[in-house]
Design a protein around this ligand. Structure first.
Ligand code: AMP
Length: 419
């Protein structure tokens, strides 16, 4: 029986990883510019980290986690997202005591047992960044600016939705008002939203179900309930985004749905995706560090899916840079093949990408291969070249050919790379 990769997971083959590496490179370049440092945490954690960190009432924790008991009887979970892990690590290593602002980023696989469909996988990949330690709206605006910068560099068009979800001083009052409203339209709500009316009423507002949308058309909105502090923070964040020329659309129904979220909530969506149109999202989560057992520490962050980003890029016909060797070394007989093998390794040791034939193919077949790889140079060596200590180097772009002494070969290509 032939084995296959598990449902909802995918092999990334060499033709795929070219695009992945490009995207990862761009993310790392932007993170360097904004001075965020990479953090890598384990792929699994104690289940409680996510249950407490994400919230029992969320779909992710309630329905989608890969949780198992190990041989020692501990309940462990494959990470469904990174923020909870990052904060667990932040607390464990007392990172807040070393500096007043920790700017961290990550790239890696996440695991959720969702129904696989276009844009939804069980192992998928996220990149994200967290600014931990400061309350100022500059941190919120910076996180949004970074997300936008990465999309811009990758040629992805998006729209940005922005909202404030308030803070612990104003949200209880809003929650009560919303709950009262929802109880009044209870019969018109979907079963899921009926349940959430009691457990997580704010999530009813971002339900995609038409029934819920109609029933909640006149629902009270958080913007009308914001505390003075939240209102000022929202205004200042917006002013900073305006000054940066980052366009956004206010969406009073956008909620991130978790108790620890405070103030800024945002989401990037793409019109190039189908029903799963969310590219990524984030917000401020001033309550999370405390929730996970640390000292009160304000923070704001963003997380986005790499598969969705690639789907948009492929749809737009984005041309990913392909890697080509500088030179293909062609050996015509046994002795020159052996020379080609050693020379390829010598060139690689000097930083020049070289390719050779490993299958004993004819001169013609080797030339065809060099062409297929789009090598700018082909170095050809046979019996007489070996004797003379010179290779015939063909410039494939110009169509010219010259003899180059073996001892000069590396410099010849190094110069070409430098030009
Ligand atoms: P979330 O942590 O649910 O806010 O997700 C953040 C981003 O990760 C989403 O906007 C998607 O781009 C991506 N994402 C979440 N779940 C999946 C999944 N099952 N498959 C692929 N991408 C996902």
């Amino acid at each position: 029986m032939a084995y296959k990769s598990v449902k909802g997971t995918k092999d990334l083959l060499p033709q795929d990883t070219v695009a992945w590496q490009h995207v990862e490179r761009v993310i790392r370049e932007v993170m360097d510019l904004y001075r965020y440092a990479e953090i890598r945490t384990p792929m699994f954690e104690e289940t409680a980290v996510f249950a407490r960190g994400i919230g029992e009432e969320t779909d992710v924790v309630g329905k989608e986690m890969y949780t198992f008991t190990d041989k020692g009887g501990s309940s462990l979970t494959l990470r469904p997202e990174m923020t909870a892990s990052v904060i667990r690590s932040f607390i464990q290593h007392s990172m807040g005591e070393q500096t007043s602002l920790n700017k961290l980023y990550y790239i890696g696989p996440m695991f959720r047992q969702e129904r696989p469909q276009a844009g939804r996988f069980r192992q998928f990949h996220q990149y994200g960044f967290e600014s931990i330690g400061q309350q100022g709206p500059e941190c919120d605006a910076e996180i949004i600016a970074i997300a936008a910068a990465i999309y811009d560099r990758l040629g992805i068009s998006y729209s940005l939705k922005l909202n404030s979800v308030g803070d612990p001083t104003c949200r209880p009052r809003y929650r009560e008002a919303l709950q009262e409203f929802l109880r009044g339209v209870f019969d018109q709500l979907s079963p899921e939203s009926q349940r959430r009316t009691e457990t997580n009423p704010m999530r009813v507002l971002d339900s995609k179900d038409e029934r819920d949308r109609e029933a909640t058309a006149g629902a009270p909105l958080i913007v009308d309930y914001l505390s003075e502090e939240s209102r000022v923070h929202f205004e200042r964040t917006r002013a900073l985004l305006d000054a940066l020329g980052i366009a956004y659309e206010l969406d009073p129904r956008l909620v991130r749905g978790l108790d620890y979220y405070t103030m800024t909530a945002f989401e990037f969506v793409s019109t190039d995706l189908g029903s799963q149109d969310a590219l990524g999202g984030g917000g401020r989560y001033d309550g999370l560090v405390e929730q996970l057992g640390g000292k009160y520490t304000p923070a704001v962050g963003f997380a986005a899916g790499i598969e969705r980003l690639l789907m948009v890029m492929e749809k737009n016909g984005y041309e990913f840079p392909v890697s080509t060797p500088t030179v293909y070394i062609v050996g015509m007989d046994d002795a020159s093949r052996s020379w080609a093998f050693q020379t390829a390794i010598a060139l690689r040791r000097k930083g020049i990408a070289a390719e050779i034939d490993y299958a004993g193919r004819s001169l013609k077949a080797q030339m065809r291969e060099a062409n297929k790889l789009s090598c700018p140079y082909v170095a050809i060596v046979g019996e007489s070249e070996l004797e003379a200590g010179q290779a015939q180097v063909k410039d494939m772009r110009k169509g010219t050919q010259e003899s180059v002494e073996f001892t000069r070969l590396a410099d010849y290509f190094i110069q070409d790379i430098a030009n």
